[in-house]
Design a binder for this molecule. Structure first.
Ligand code: KG4
Ligand code: ZN
Length: 333
């Protein structure tokens, strides 16, 4: 089965071609980061316009890289939510037109299921069930992945997503967007000397607005005495402990032996190490995605789309023209 997949939910126009959901024949990402950098974050209207400008070229480049033609494709997978509505609509409209013109099925795919599936590309033998810690710019979820297309959210952030907190902390310190990698780079030269607050709940929820505010207050209070390196190290360490400790607690309580890391923040060095160490200390198995599949890409969407496809979660575009993008799409509904 050859599937072409499209991802345009935020600031990357991405297209991939996969064979049988696990073999990546092409993976092209056209990033808009340099355009949004000057505004300190993603400007939705600019993102949509950039997707429109680039999508046809990115599709052509993916086909060329895979040495395939449109007629070789069996289905089209596309992210239809969650994300920026205008940005999503570009990918969804393009995918609908292409599926219509080629007379092949369309496979609407959830963005987060794609982040989770990044691990299927990294570990060819990985299969559900497992627990997924999903950490991105828009989401912080603990998801019980019961099967390839069956998800149950068991915990989530009550305020900021963890990537969003990294980006806001970076912005306060005058670091460019996207802030996560910048904070992490500075942290490498620092020590976690600042004591920052942690939020604990009785269930598996998270909260990052308290620590974000504490960091912002410290930046204003300490002024010239501030060690950005030490503050970044303290923030990174505290946040990673909160994420990993809650994950391990859930695994113990629910008797789940395997954990998978997913989402853009899974590129974070400390989080990767800490999850691996604490999981192995408890005799759990941990799976950490290859760095090239951590942040938004279409290969991960292609893998998730494949499992939707073989589980019958697709349709013939000519029977159902009204597929729409959904900005706040839940994964477990
Ligand atoms: O998954 P993603 O590419 O987009 C969304 O679906 O949101 O995640 C982007 C987020 C940004 O907030 C970015 O700052 C964060 O992932 N990020 C990191 C690192 N690399 C990316 N955060 C911490 N450390 C990193 N190394
Ligand atoms: Zn993402």
């Amino acid at each position: 089965m050859i599937g072409l997949s499209i991802e345009s939910s935020c600031d990357e126009t991405a297209v991939a071609i996969l064979k049988d959901g696990r073999e990546v024949l092409a993976n092209v990402v056209s990033t808009q980061i340099d355009i949004h950098k000057k505004y300190g974050g993603v400007v939705p209207e600019i993102a949509s316009r950039e997707h429109i400008l680039h999508i046809s070229y990115v599709v052509k480049e993916a086909l060329d890289k895979a040495k395939l033609k449109f007629k070789d494709l069996d289905y089209i997978g596309v992210t239809y939510g969650p994300g920026l509505i205008g940005a999503l609509l570009v990918g969804v409209s393009y995918a609908k037109s292409l599926a219509y013109a080629l007379n092949i099925p369309i496979v609407p795919t959830h963005h987060i299921s794609g982040h989770i599936a990044a691990n299927y590309l990294t570990y060819p033998d990985l299969k559900p069930p497992f627990l997924a810690l999903v950490v991105s710019g828009g989401h912080t979820h603990l998801i019980n992945v019961k099967d390839y297309t069956k998800f149950e959210i068991i915990g989530k952030t009550r305020d900021d997503a963890v990537g969003e907190a990294f980006d806001k902390v970076a912005r306060t310190m005058g670091l460019p967007y996207p802030g996560g990698p910048q904070v992490s780079n500075l942290a490498q030269n620092g020590k976690p000397t600042y004591k920052l607050p942690k939020t604990k709940f009785d269930n598996y929820d998270f909260s990052f607005s308290g620590i974000k505010t504490a960091v912002i207050n410290l930046v204003h209070k300490e002024k010239d005495n501030l060690s950005k390196e030490n503050l970044c190290a303290s923030f990174e360490n505290t946040v990673c402990e909160e994420l990993v400790d809650t994950t391990i607690k859930a695994m113990k309580d629910l008797n789940i032996k395997n954990v998978v890391l997913a989402g853009g923040v899974s590129a974070n060095r400390v989080l990767r190490q800490m999850l691996q160490q604490k999981a192995s200390k408890n005799s759990f198995n941990s799976y950490i995605p290859d760095l090239k599949y951590c942040t938004d890409n279409a290969a991960m969407i292609g893998s998730a789309a494949y499992y939707n496809y073989i589980n019958g979660k697709y349709f013939d575009i000519k029977d159902k023209l009204d597929l729409n993008a959904v900005a706040n799409l839940e994964i477990d509904k």
